[in-house]
Design a protein around this ligand. Structure first.
Ligand code: AMP
Ligand code: TRP
Length: 347
């Protein structure tokens, strides 16, 4: 059946985005940013946006938002996103995202959104009081992607469900309005293999995702933490009393041990099994200082570059302005095509 569907034949495009919510952490880097940087090496055009429109789905201070956008953009650049190759911009600077999101709200079905686990997590017990925007958040995310006809979306594992929704929206749009043409590609998530940074857990609880919204700063390693802070956080990380086992299967019931081994593996670019081959039998008293040293060395150049960039806001603003111009130019023909397909008035 799927063989009969038209196949998108346009160019490859990369898009991803992050919310400007405080500083970024090592999970954001290993799960997503690292792959944004890697994907710049190919021929595809890359679009990396700071999703400030998603940021207003929850209460926010308008006076802080521009500074948060600048800080997120600085983190992208510090991680290695190259503004001469990739468009780096604020989502709100390209109104076509919002315009396409409205059309997609009329394509997506209520039942599809009701299944989204991130909404349930973010809205908590009192979902009735959540903003409508928080509920339709993944529809805007689909618009972010498809306004550039992006084919590949580098994200951490937690975004898998939102990417599936984007694919459903694209397929439904093509079916309802494409007249047999695959106008919109079905975007592919680019998710690191599990164990290689797809899901870094909190340093305080190996069963909870490392997250910007965790009230404890000790739960995460931020991309702008200094060496002493990183070393202290890792040395104080939750562990268990057992020595490291010989095989990864034995880590299954030990979430904290599994997370620290996974972090070591992701930072050094080897498999978790290779880390165990070198450290089996050692206790955390020996393992965590080594991990701390590796993390400090890993973060230092990123933190240094972030500090340099954030001290020059005019340079970041210039990059965001030129990125937005490129993004608007790429979005323009797509929104024009979509407007025509849905039958909007031409005048
Ligand atoms: P967020 O911090 O939720 O705005 O996520 C920004 C990007 O980082 C998304 O692609 C997430 O999937 C990814 N990400 C966030 N937290 C983690 C984590 N703990 N491990 C791996 N990837 C993550
Ligand atoms: N929802 C994503 C997150 O929480 C952020 C995001 C918004 C995004 N729009 C996107 C990610 C488009 C990839 C593509 O991390």
């Amino acid at each position: 059946m799927s063989d009969a569907l038209p196949v998108y034949t346009g160019p490859e495009r990369i898009l991803s985005g992050m919310q400007p919510t405080g500083g970024l952490h090592i999970g954001n880097y290993l799960g997503a940013l690292k792959h944004w940087v890697r994907l710049q090496e190919g021929k595809a055009d890359c679009f990396y946006c700071v999703v400030d429109m998603h940021a207003i789905t929850v209460a926010h201070d308008p006076a802080d938002l521009p500074g948060r956008v600048r800080a997120a953009a600085a983190a992208y650049l510090a991680a290695g996103v190259d503004p001469s190759r990739s468009a780096v911009f604020a989502q709100s600077a390209v109104p076509a995202h919002a315009e396409l999101a409205w059309i997609f709200q009329c394509v997506a079905r209520l039942g599809w959104l009701e299944r989204m686990t991130q909404f349930k997590d973010k809205a908590g017990k009192d979902a009735e009081r959540a903003s409508v925007g928080l509920f339709t958040y993944p529809v805007l995310q689909a618009a972010d992607i498809l306004i550039y006809k992006a084919t590949h979306v580098p994200v951490g594992e937690d975004q898998k469900q939102h990417l599936e929704l984007s694919r459903d929206i694209a397929a439904r749009f093509n079916r309802d309005f494409g007249a047999g043409e695959a106008v919109l590609p079905l975007p592919e998530p680019v998710i690191p293999p599990s164990g290689a940074g797809a899901r870094i857990m909190s340093l305080k609880d190996g069963t909870a995702k490392m997250s910007k919204s965790d009230p404890s700063d000790n739960s995460r390693i931020n991309l702008n933490d200094d060496a002493d802070t990183i070393a202290r956080k890792i040395k104080k990380a939750k562990t268990d009393a057992e020595p490291l086992p010989a095989s990864t299967a034995e880590l299954d019931a030990r979430p904290e041990a599994r997370n620290l081994v996974g972090l070591y593996a992701a930072l050094t670019g080897v498999s978790a099994q290779a880390v165990l081959d070198d450290h089996a039998g050692q206790g955390f008293g020996a393992f965590t200082p080594k991990l701390a040293e590796i993390a400090v060395e890993f973060i230092a150049p990123i933190a240094g570059e972030y500090a340099r960039l954030i001290a020059d806001p005019a340079e970041i603003d210039r990059i965001l302005t030129s990125g937005a111009e490129r993004a608007r130019a790429a979005a323009e023909p797509v929104i024009a095509q979509v407007r025509g397909l849905v039958g909007y008035w031409k005048g």
